[in-house]
Design a binder for this molecule. Structure first.
Ligand code: ADP
Length: 264
């Protein structure tokens, strides 16, 4: 064997070892995620189940005061389940796994109505509005993963409500005009506009691409946040071949989030 062949063989062996090591690490990460899923999500789900049973009186009549506390318990547990699921989704995306499961004939209007329903109590409590402007009919259906898309839109609407003290959030859905270039596909656009604290220009793009990234104002004045919602929303929308971005005139001038999705 000549020197050159020996060198190539050596390099090949080194590469093979490194690849094996990476595969081992990848498996270890997968196992970690599975364990997290099991140890965090399973008990939470069972807690929620028992809370539901307690609340609907399956274990006897619940005094009003205790019922109120159980309701708070239930809200926290629900939020925790959501956070655990979001963190798991983020890890899956980071591992390059297929997270979205696209299905035909999904109605974006139905998903948005479900999202809005989840915020009914909160908007009433904050005394702000949350409305969906009626789209033109018939509105096209799209190819999407309804659960994941709901998570993405939920996060954007959740922020709109969280960072708005007066006024509220308006959601519009539009069909984009027939594209001029033939290779471009027709799209729908979801616009989520709030009258809240706004976002500084220099912060706007990073919110989607970094985990745990939060705006300065949000950090200082608006209490706890996780800084994962928009990162996850971006991953989900990208997996739908779509785009998400935000615009704001600046601090206290409200924010508008845009989500563009191809029509199958
Ligand atoms: P979180 O809201 O939990 O901090 P997100 O990833 O959902 O995390 O959002 C990241 C940051 O983007 C927020 O901390 C906030 O600074 C900013 N942000 C997102 N949505 C809005 C909004 N509607 N108005 C003002 N700031 C926003």
């Amino acid at each position: 064997m000549d020197e050159q062949t020996k060198e190539i063989r050596k390099a090949y062996e080194v590469e093979k070892k490194a690849r094996k090591e990476l595969e081992r690490l990848d498996r270890a990460k997968d196992q970690f995620i599975m364990a997290t899923q099991h140890h965090l999500r399973t008990p939470l789900t069972s807690m929620r189940g028992y809370l539901d049973l307690l609340l609907d009186g399956s274990y006897g009549k619940v005094p009003k005061r205790i019922g109120e506390i159980l309701k708070k318990f239930e809200t926290s547990t629900k939020n925790e389940v959501r956070v655990v699921n979001e963190l798991l989704d983020i890890s899956q995306f980071q591992l390059g796994k297929e997270v979205v499961n696209l299905q035909e004939n999904i109605s974006i209007e139905t998903i948005l109505k479900e999202v809005i329903e989840e915020f009914q109590l909160e908007t009433e409590k904050k005394n702000i509005y949350l409305k969906l402007e009626k789209p033109e009919k018939p509105f096209p259906q799209i190819k999407a993963d309804p659960q994941k898309l709901k998570v993405a839109l939920f996060n954007v609407v959740d922020n709109g409500i969280k960072y708005t003290k007066q006024g509220g959030v308006t959601i519009k859905i539009k069909k984009e005009q027939v594209p001029r270039k033939r290779e471009q596909k027709p799209k729908i656009k979801i616009i989520i506009q709030d009258t809240g604290i706004g976002i500084a220009k220099e912060e706007i793009d990073n919110l989607f691409i970094r985990t745990f990234e939060r705006g300065e104002t949000a950090e200082k004045l608006w209490g706890p946040g996780k800084g994962i919602g928009l990162f996850l929303a971006n991953q989900i929308i990208k997996a739908h071949q779509g785009k998400i971005w935000a615009e704001s005139e600046g601090k206290n001038k409200g924010s508008t989030f845009f989500v563009e999705l191809p029509i199958s």
